[in-house]
Design a protein around this ligand. Structure first.
Ligand SMILES: *Cc1c(COP(=O)(O)O)cnc(C)c1O
Length: 370
């Protein structure tokens, strides 16, 4: 049959409904390069050992990478005490979030996440034609009861970032356990631990432990944040053998580059770099939080952070928009979040000491003269 038509291909209606992901800015409006405190990258960069391994891994460019990422899974398994056979890997944890939605939800199904959750969850839900369901927050964090109240017969997946981006809030171990216990066992609970390495061990939310035996938990991690490998796009996840099997069917066939695998192995093994990055982050996060909190009489406050960024709230004469523009003019890109329902908030990545001192003094000057 020859179909005669003059129309162009039409995207599926649920694809047209997607608002594209907005990446953190790296240039000002007039194109000048700025210091990027807008994408939660590691200001100390990448472990030198990972850099060296990357160079080694890029020698053979003509061959496909190891499709099973065997050595990387082994290295991750060793660091975290996990079964390598149950580790899935992705082109960034972004790929894992998308394939988790594709494997378990389709048109008409519901995917739940918390208000002020990670922006990718809505895209992952809409991409497969599922209906995004937004649970109300509690003080910018997770309200487990409100989330459970959103569950219906159509619920297939729940996404929860812990700690959360862009709020920096943390859902404690007891609440994660309560959420999991309250969900039907055929609903996939995705705990996105992109910032877990910034926590103290005693603050661990227990999701990896739950995933050891639960049939319905996928924990995701990334090499993009504390490991400083965002350029290489490497994420991993841990779940039951059945979930991992389903995800393998739909991941891209060679989804992590050879050099990326080499770099990630070295990065995973360089615990000193991780420790140093965590210590640097804690020191300057606490310092910047205190500096901004001290401007409370000008309407500024900070949502207590468990991550490598802070969410600063501007409820006085100085607006978040004006602060965003002022910082940009001074050479710093931060994240203003009106598109995520937070027009009074700036998300600021923790940078170097010099950057943090500079940013605090710029914000103080703006607040005092507004
Ligand atoms: C940065 C981030 C990710 C992931 O990033 P990848 O670079 O794709 O691994 C996932 N979840 C959250 C909450 C993040 O902030």
């Amino acid at each position: 049959m020859t179909r005669i038509t003059s129309s162009a291909p039409a995207p599926k209606s649920w694809i047209s409904a997607i608002a594209p992901y907005v990446p953190g800015k790296a240039t000002s409006a007039d194109g000048k390069p700025v210091i990027k405190l807008s994408a939660n990258e590691n200001p100390l960069g990448t472990s030198p050992a990972a850099h060296a391994a990357f160079a080694q891994g890029s020698v053979d460019l003509a061959s496909y990478p190891d499709p099973s990422a065997a050595k990387l899974r082994e290295a991750i398994g060793k660091v975290h005490g996990l079964d390598p056979a149950r580790i899935i890997y992705g082109t960034g944890s972004d790929e894992l979030l998308h394939i988790a939605a594709s494997a378990y939800a389709g048109p008409g199904d519901e995917i739940i996440y918390v208000r002020y959750g990670f922006a990718v969850y809505e895209i992952a839900a809409r991409r497969v034609g599922a209906v995004p369901v937004v649970a109300p927050d509690k003080d910018y964090g997770t309200d487990v009861d409100a989330l459970l109240a959103c569950v219906t017969d159509k619920t297939r997946v729940v996404f929860l970032a812990n700690p959360n981006n862009p709020t920096g809030t943390m859902t404690p171990r007891s609440e994660i356990a309560r959420l999991h216990a309250g969900l039907p066992s055929d609903v996939l609970l995705v705990i996105d631990q992109a910032y877990a390495e910034y926590l103290s061990p005693e603050d661990d939310d227990g999701a990896l432990e739950l995933a050891e035996t639960a049939p319905n938990i996928l924990v995701t991690r990334t090499f993009s944040k504390i490991y400083g490998l965002a350029a290489e796009r490497i994420g991993w996840g841990y779940a039951s053998a059945e979930i991992v099997d389903a995800l393998h069917r739909i991941r891209a066939p060679f989804n992590i580059t050879t050099a990326g695998q080499s770099a990630a192995i070295a990065a995973a093994e360089d615990r000193e770099w991780v420790e140093q990055s965590r210590a640097h982050n804690r020191q300057w996060r606490d310092w910047l939080s205190a500096e901004i909190s001290a401007l409370g009489n000008h309407g500024l406050s900070v949502v207590p952070s468990n991550t490598n960024f802070i969410l600063a709230l501007f409820d006085g004469a100085l607006t978040a928009e004006a602060a965003f523009n002022g910082l940009m003019q001074a050479g710093y890109a931060t994240r203003w979040l009106p598109g995520q329902g937070l027009p009074n908030a700036l998300r600021i990545t923790i940078g170097t000491e010099a950057q943090m001192r500079d940013v605090a003094s710029i914000i103080r000057d703006m607040a005092q003269s507004a």
